[in-house]
Design a protein around this ligand. Structure first.
Ligand SMILES: Nc1nc2c(ncn2[C@@H]2O[C@H](COP(=O)(O)OP(=O)(O)O)[C@@H](O)[C@H]2O)c(=O)[nH]1
Ligand SMILES: [Mg+2]
Length: 201
């Protein structure tokens, strides 16, 4: 699909509901792509950039707020799912455990899940929680795209070095996720990420 058509499709996304577990999600048919990331990694900004809607996902300056799965519907058969941010110290341990259980169940049981996008701040990629998400994907053979976000914070050369380092780490870990640089602010990699998402919907 041409870049313009990918944007046109994703631009239709609108908020439907949020739910604490996957049991509250819409019926498990059609296809959906989920978005994960450490709190403050730039996930909401990425969702806004991909959909071409500046206010779709709330861009929060206070990390760790969203503890629900948030559903954006493109049409009755296609959805984007904003997963709760993880790994933020101010979230109580009990909530973090509930997070782990909710995520594991979602990844294990959700038939319509076609791909996962993981946002990682390019200055701090592959945290412990990122690796847990990658393991969930590996466990069910789910396609995964890593966005090395906020790439505008690094020089182009430093960004490309991180890209190579992350690819190498994935290979060494036997993981098959694909990786790209991304900046919601500068628009870097937005077309590439859009086509990855649309190809899985
Ligand atoms: N420099 C820069 N900052 C970003 C970018 N994307 C997000 N941010 C900032 O990072 C912070 C967290 O962004 P947000 O999208 O709310 O992250 P989330 O918690 O993962 O949903 C905000 O202050 C954003 O303005 C980017 O591409 N470049
Ligand atoms: Mg957010």
């Amino acid at each position: 699909m041409a870049a313009h058509d990918s944007l046109k499709l994703l631009n239709r996304a609108s908020f439907v509901l949020s739910a604490p577990t996957h049991h509250g999600l819409p019926a498990d048919n059609g296809s959906e792509v989920a978005f994960a990331g450490r709190s403050n990694a730039g996930k909401s900004s990425a969702l806004n950039a991909l959909t071409g809607q500046s206010t779709l996902a709330r861009v929060s300056k206070t990390p760790g707020r969203t503890q629900h799965l948030v559903v954006f519907e493109i049409d009755p058969a296609r959805r984007l799912i904003d997963l709760p941010g993880y790994g933020f110290a101010k979230v109580p341990l009990a909530v973090r455990n509930a997070w782990g259980v909710a995520m594991e169940n979602y990844f294990r049981e959700r038939q319509s899940l076609r791909g996962l996008v993981i946002c990682m701040d390019i200055r701090r990629p592959l945290t412990e929680f990122d690796r847990i998400m990658l393991d969930f994907c590996a466990a069910r053979g789910l396609d995964c795209q890593i966005l090395l976000s906020k790439a505008d914070k690094l020089s182009r050369g430093a960004g490309l070095n991180t890209l190579q380092a992350v690819r190498k780490a994935l290979l060494e870990g036997g993981l098959t996720a694909s990786v790209q640089v991304f900046s919601a602010h500068a628009g870097t990699g937005v077309d590439e990420a859009r086509s990855w998402v649309v190809a899985r919907l």
